[in-house]
Ligand binder design. Structure first.
Ligand SMILES: O=C[C@H](O)[C@H](O)COP(=O)(O)O
Ligand SMILES: C=C(OP(=O)(O)O)C(=O)O
Ligand SMILES: [Mn+2]
Length: 457
């Protein structure tokens, strides 16, 4: 996790003293029992913060480097974390995948990679429909393990406030292990590099051999010079992020930093507002505008100059370096048309925020077998369009935000060791959107590293 020099005394619970304005909030659970909810909210407000304000400040500084074009961010993890998947091997493998990608990207970018997991809080989902119908039976849609269960029964699909507490504990366990791994040697550059060799010895050999050989030489140089033995090479800064969606979870997690009196959403380091909940007069943008964390806002193809400027004025009125990140998710076939025009229309204002590419959410389709999927080639094409748009507008392509897992799932099609449409049913495990599997994630890192190298020339 982010290392900070300030002391880490607990932050005073502040949620009970905040008068949240009564604004429209979309995509919220319909809890049945107000008394049960009130009890849960008061318990949540007494729990320890999951992150420390000083860490959020450190991440804001890192994101300021991203905005300035001096760092690149990698944000990745599940579409929807699940309580059942909070296990040691799952957390380790997801973290390993992100660290592996980061080493490759560091080489391509020639600059620091700010590593952020969609982890330890990504337990709630906005949905297109409130209900799901199967064989003539209609039940509430699955909204993430923080709200209800995936099983298609009335009991499981009930919105259960007790799940807010379970999501908190699952997030705490996840963060605890991540902190152990990132501080305790798992992230050692030499180990991460040797895992990547496994990938290159596979089907990716021909395409990425040259870059892998260059990375190998760079690591051997560090080893020979003794730098690889330093503490710095054994530890890694890693931050948590999730969509600030369910306000009954986020609000009680807000704490006042005892050092400064400022409010932080202590459920994660970086929180973002999704494409479906970023209404200018809604509760979500209002919520994030009141906390000091670095904030993300998703932008789909419909986002125009006026909307973007109004979001900036609301969330980042002082244009504070590192405060605001726009995560664009336009779609591979749309980005080259929409993003350059948007960036250009913003003029100098475009340079005051970070721009990150989510190449997943604009590229979803349903396979003939009925699986929600994405094609690896579309994902790559959107990132290419993202780099081209920033080159055209003279702004910085600041990072990528991807749905991925460390496991060998078959959810997205394509890649150098391709998952075919017919394979999707083999290991389709996501409860919401399709994720890149381990191999596809590493391949994406190599392709993006090539783009970064080219952009830096
Ligand atoms: O992750 C993003 C959204 O929650 C997800 O794409 C919505 O999926 P749906 O259209 O199946 O509801
Ligand atoms: C809901 C998500 O995305 P978006 O808000 O961009 O649709 C997500 O990131 O899982
Ligand atoms: Mn998703």
């Amino acid at each position: 996790m982010g290392r900070v020099s300030t002391d880490t005394a607990a932050m005073a619970p502040a949620s009970t003293t905040i008068d949240w304005p009564d604004l429209p909030a979309t995509q919220q659970p319909s809890w049945e029992d107000p008394a049960e909810l009130a009890e849960v909210l008061s318990v949540l407000a007494t729990y320890p913060p999951l992150v420390f304000a000083g860490e959020c400040d450190a991440l804001r500084d890192r994101m300021a480097q991203v905005a300035a074009g001096r760092a690149f961010t990698l944000q990745g993890g599940d579409c929807a974390e699940t309580l059942a998947d909070v296990t040691g091997p799952n957390i380790r493998d997801r973290l390993k995948t992100i660290l592996q990608m980061a080493v490759v990207l560091t080489y391509g970018a020639g600059m620091p990679i700010v590593k952020v997991g969609r982890m330890a809080g990504q337990f709630a989902k906005p949905r297109s429909s409130d209900v799901e119908t199967r064989d003539g039976v209609t039940l509430p849609s699955y909204r993430g393990d923080m709200v209800n269960g995936f099983e298609f029964t009335p009991e499981a699909r009930r919105h259960d406030p007790g799940r807010l507490l379970r999501a908190y504990h699952a997030s705490a366990s996840t963060l605890n292990l991540v902190r152990g791994f990132t501080g305790g040697g798992l992230a050692d550059l030499r180990s991460v590099h040797s895992w990547n060799k496994g990938f290159i010895q596979g089907p990716a050999q021909a395409r990425y051999e040259q870059m892998a050989a260059h990375i190998d030489r760079a690591v051997r140089f560090l080893e020979a010079s003794g730098v690889a033995d330093s503490e710095e090479m054994r530890r890694v800064e890693f931050y948590s992020a999730h969509e600030a969606l369910v306000l009954d979870y986020e609000r009680p997690m807000v704490r006042r930093d005892h050092r400064t009196g400022q409010l932080y959403d202590t459920s994660g380091h970086f929180v973002w507002v999704g494409e479906r909940t970023r209404d200018l007069d809604g509760a979500h943008l209002d919520f994030v505008s009141r906390v000091r964390n670095p904030i993300g806002v998703k932008l789909g193809p419909g986002a125009d100059r006026d909307t973007v400027l109004r979001i900036m004025d609301k969330v980042d009125p002082h244009r504070e370096p590192g405060r605001l990140t726009f995560v664009t998710r336009m779609g591979a076939s749309t980005i080259r048309d929409k993003l350059p025009a948007l960036l250009t229309s913003l003029g100098d204002e475009a340079g005051r925020v970070s721009w990150v590419c989510d190449p997943m959410h604009g590229n979803t389709f349903t396979s003939p077998s009925g699986h929600k999927t994405r094609s690896f080639e579309d994902v790559v094409e959107e990132v290419r369009g993202f780099f081209a748009a920033h080159a055209e507008a003279g702004t910085h392509p600041g990072g990528i935000h991807v749905e991925l897992t460390g496991n060998d799932v078959t959810e997205c099609v394509g890649g150098v060791d391709p998952v075919d449409l017919d394979d999707l049913g083999l290991r389709y495990q996501t409860l919401c959107d399709p994720r890149l599997n381990h191999q596809q994630s590493l391949e994406l890192a190599f392709v993006v590293a090539e783009m970064l190298e080219e952009a830096g020339r």
